[in-house]
Write a protein that binds this ligand. Structure first.
Ligand code: CP
Length: 315
């Protein structure tokens, strides 16, 4: 299959739908988009309207999708808080909401607190649906932008040694990244989390069936030398029913300048999907290896530009 056959008109719901070739072709398209002159870019989504339905708060995913669409000459319909500002308040179902929005748009980007809602929306809609995060399920475009950032730096996505820290149970980006890296051979991820926030047994079992090695570690002392990346994550307050438990766990593992100096390799990317809420010291921000405030969010826009151009683009 060529790149157009793989992506044109397709939904993006999970990393399960990708293979190594489709990830590599997408990354090639990102590199191409980055070099394309503005005037040419503006033709790609000319005349297209994409709906952004965000049932959960967002800074990066919402803004980078909106920017990507506008930089490609498209326009947006934006619902940033449909639980309060749309007819969902009156009891309209997600199915009916999607059926309505597709009358007005060419694709839908949806974020929702319930796992499976993006998939359900895609089943209802006759236009492409892109998952912008479904509860603790997946966040495929975040994983793709993160792995593009690793690929851009290290020039490969095999033989990767990565560290993932924080809320591995609830972190949807974590779930998608594990799936993404499992498409490439000889990758190892070291996992560090409070024991209450370990990756679920189901996810651990599933990873065992894939081509990826997961190694659970218990302390900073066990972080291996020269990781290709460190991926810190926030403890996800909104997923806790017991807020005292959240308070107890939220700052279990703080990334300090001292730790970076002691344990990071000279080429280790320091990453975080953001927002951060205290788990990375601001003193780390100026380290040249830290990309969470710069390259990562910027690549978020480019990966979405690449996806829209392939899914909807005027050839
Ligand atoms: N990384 C990410 O999903 O950030 P937002 O919640 O701000 O979109």
């Amino acid at each position: 299959m060529n790149i157009s056959e793989i992506f044109f008109g397709k939904d993006i719901i999970s990393l399960d739908q990708f293979d190594r070739k489709s990830v590599e072709l997408l990354f090639r398209q990102v590199t191409k988009i980055k070099k394309t002159p503005t005037k040419k870019l503006l033709k790609i989504l000319s005349g297209k309207i994409i709906a952004l339905l965000f049932f959960e708060p967002s800074t990066r995913t919402f803004s980078s999708n909106a920017a990507a669409i506008k930089r490609l000459g498209g326009q947006t319909i934006e619902h940033q808080n449909p639980m309060q500002n749309s007819s969902v308040v009156k009891g309209e179902t997600i199915e009916d909401t999607i059926k309505m929005i597709e009358q007005y748009s060419d694709a839908i980007v949806i974020r929702h607190p319930l796992v499976g809602t993006a998939k359900k929306s895609a089943q209802v809609a006759n236009i492409p649906v892109i998952n912008a995060g479904d509860g603790i399920g997946e966040h495929p475009t975040q994983a793709l932008l993160d792995m593009f950032t690793v690929y851009e730096k290290h020039k490969h996505l095999n033989n990767i040694k990565g560290l993932m820290v924080g809320d591995l149970l609830n972190g949807r980006t974590i779930h998608s990244i594990i799936k993404c890296l499992s498409l490439f051979p000889n990758n190892t991820l070291y996992l560090l989390s409070p024991k209450q926030l370990r990756l679920s047994n189901k996810d651990l079992e599933e990873a065992k069936k894939r081509k990826i090695k997961l190694v659970e570690i218990k302390s900073f002392e066990e972080i291996p030398a020269d990781c290709h990346f460190w991926y810190w994550t926030r403890v996800q307050k909104e997923r806790f029913t017991d807020k005292r438990e959240y308070e107890k766990l939220k700052l279990t593992f703080i990334l300090t300048k001292k730790l970076v100096e002691k344990k990071a390799g000279k080429n280790t990317l320091i990453m975080h999907p953001l927002p951060r809420v205290g788990e990375i010291e601001t003193a780390v921000d100026t380290d040249p290896r830290a990309v969470y405030l710069t390259t990562e969010p910027k690549n978020g826009m480019y990966i979405r530009m690449a996806l829209f151009s392939l899914i909807l683009g005027n050839s």
